[in-house]
Design a protein around this ligand. Structure first.
Ligand code: SF4
Length: 97
Protein backbone atom coordinates (compact mmCIF):
# COMPACT_ATOMS: atom_id res chain seq x y z
CA UNK A 1 0.00 0.00 0.00
CA UNK A 2 1.25 3.49 -0.88
CA UNK A 3 1.10 6.20 1.75
CA UNK A 4 0.43 9.67 0.39
CA UNK A 5 1.45 12.73 2.37
CA UNK A 6 -1.47 15.00 1.73
CA UNK A 7 -1.63 18.65 2.82
CA UNK A 8 -3.90 19.31 5.78
CA UNK A 9 -6.60 21.93 6.11
CA UNK A 10 -5.00 23.88 8.95
CA UNK A 11 -8.04 26.07 9.51
CA UNK A 12 -11.44 26.70 8.00
CA UNK A 13 -13.50 29.72 8.96
CA UNK A 14 -16.66 28.60 7.16
CA UNK A 15 -18.94 28.21 10.16
CA UNK A 16 -21.94 27.37 7.97
CA UNK A 17 -20.45 24.05 6.78
CA UNK A 18 -21.55 20.75 8.32
CA UNK A 19 -17.94 19.53 8.51
CA UNK A 20 -16.73 22.60 10.42
CA UNK A 21 -16.27 22.24 14.16
CA UNK A 22 -14.48 25.10 15.93
CA UNK A 23 -12.75 26.07 12.67
CA UNK A 24 -11.36 22.59 12.07
CA UNK A 25 -12.59 20.67 9.04
CA UNK A 26 -13.57 17.12 10.03
CA UNK A 27 -14.09 15.73 6.51
CA UNK A 28 -11.64 12.97 5.57
CA UNK A 29 -10.45 14.98 2.60
CA UNK A 30 -11.65 17.94 0.57
CA UNK A 31 -11.56 18.75 -3.13
CA UNK A 32 -10.79 22.31 -4.22
CA UNK A 33 -12.63 23.17 -7.42
CA UNK A 34 -11.63 25.31 -10.38
CA UNK A 35 -12.76 28.60 -8.87
CA UNK A 36 -10.79 27.80 -5.65
CA UNK A 37 -14.04 26.99 -3.90
CA UNK A 38 -14.14 24.03 -1.54
CA UNK A 39 -16.18 21.35 -3.30
CA UNK A 40 -16.76 19.47 -0.06
CA UNK A 41 -18.69 22.31 1.56
CA UNK A 42 -22.20 21.31 2.56
CA UNK A 43 -24.63 23.48 4.47
CA UNK A 44 -25.43 22.80 8.10
CA UNK A 45 -28.84 21.43 7.10
CA UNK A 46 -27.16 18.24 5.85
CA UNK A 47 -25.77 17.11 9.22
CA UNK A 48 -24.64 19.58 11.85
CA UNK A 49 -22.15 17.01 13.21
CA UNK A 50 -20.67 15.75 9.93
CA UNK A 51 -17.23 14.19 9.56
CA UNK A 52 -15.13 11.74 11.54
CA UNK A 53 -11.58 12.93 10.86
CA UNK A 54 -9.70 15.15 13.29
CA UNK A 55 -8.42 17.29 10.46
CA UNK A 56 -9.16 17.12 6.76
CA UNK A 57 -6.58 16.62 4.03
CA UNK A 58 -6.66 18.13 0.55
CA UNK A 59 -7.45 15.10 -1.56
CA UNK A 60 -7.48 16.90 -4.91
CA UNK A 61 -7.31 20.40 -6.32
CA UNK A 62 -8.41 21.51 -9.76
CA UNK A 63 -6.46 24.82 -9.72
CA UNK A 64 -3.56 23.94 -12.03
CA UNK A 65 -2.67 27.67 -12.17
CA UNK A 66 -1.66 27.67 -8.48
CA UNK A 67 2.07 27.52 -7.63
CA UNK A 68 1.35 24.72 -5.15
CA UNK A 69 -0.42 22.54 -7.69
CA UNK A 70 1.27 19.62 -9.43
CA UNK A 71 -0.75 17.26 -11.57
CA UNK A 72 -3.96 18.51 -9.94
CA UNK A 73 -2.65 17.64 -6.47
CA UNK A 74 -1.76 20.24 -3.84
CA UNK A 75 1.90 20.24 -2.73
CA UNK A 76 1.55 22.87 0.02
CA UNK A 77 2.14 21.74 3.60
CA UNK A 78 -1.26 22.99 4.65
CA UNK A 79 -4.03 25.24 3.38
CA UNK A 80 -6.55 27.61 4.91
CA UNK A 81 -10.14 27.77 3.77
CA UNK A 82 -12.35 30.81 4.23
CA UNK A 83 -14.50 33.39 2.54
CA UNK A 84 -13.02 35.34 -0.38
CA UNK A 85 -14.69 35.48 -3.80
CA UNK A 86 -16.60 32.36 -2.77
CA UNK A 87 -17.95 31.67 0.76
CA UNK A 88 -15.50 28.72 1.04
CA UNK A 89 -12.31 29.52 -0.89
CA UNK A 90 -8.75 28.17 -0.67
CA UNK A 91 -6.95 31.17 0.86
CA UNK A 92 -3.54 29.57 0.22
CA UNK A 93 -3.98 29.83 -3.56
CA UNK A 94 -1.13 31.71 -5.22
CA UNK A 95 -1.19 32.31 -8.96
CA UNK A 96 1.78 31.15 -11.01
CA UNK A 97 3.90 34.13 -12.11
S1 SF4 B 1 -2.86 26.00 -2.24
FE1 SF4 B 1 -3.24 25.96 -4.46
S2 SF4 B 1 -2.92 23.79 -5.05
FE2 SF4 B 1 -3.23 23.86 -2.80
S3 SF4 B 1 -5.46 23.50 -2.48
FE3 SF4 B 1 -5.12 25.75 -2.52
S4 SF4 B 1 -5.46 26.31 -4.72
FE4 SF4 B 1 -5.14 24.09 -4.65
Amino acid sequence: MTTLQLPIVSTCSVDGCSYNHDHDCHAGAITVLGGTSCGTYVSLDADADAGVANRAAVGACHRSDCVHNEKLECQATSVSIGAASDPADCLTFAARG
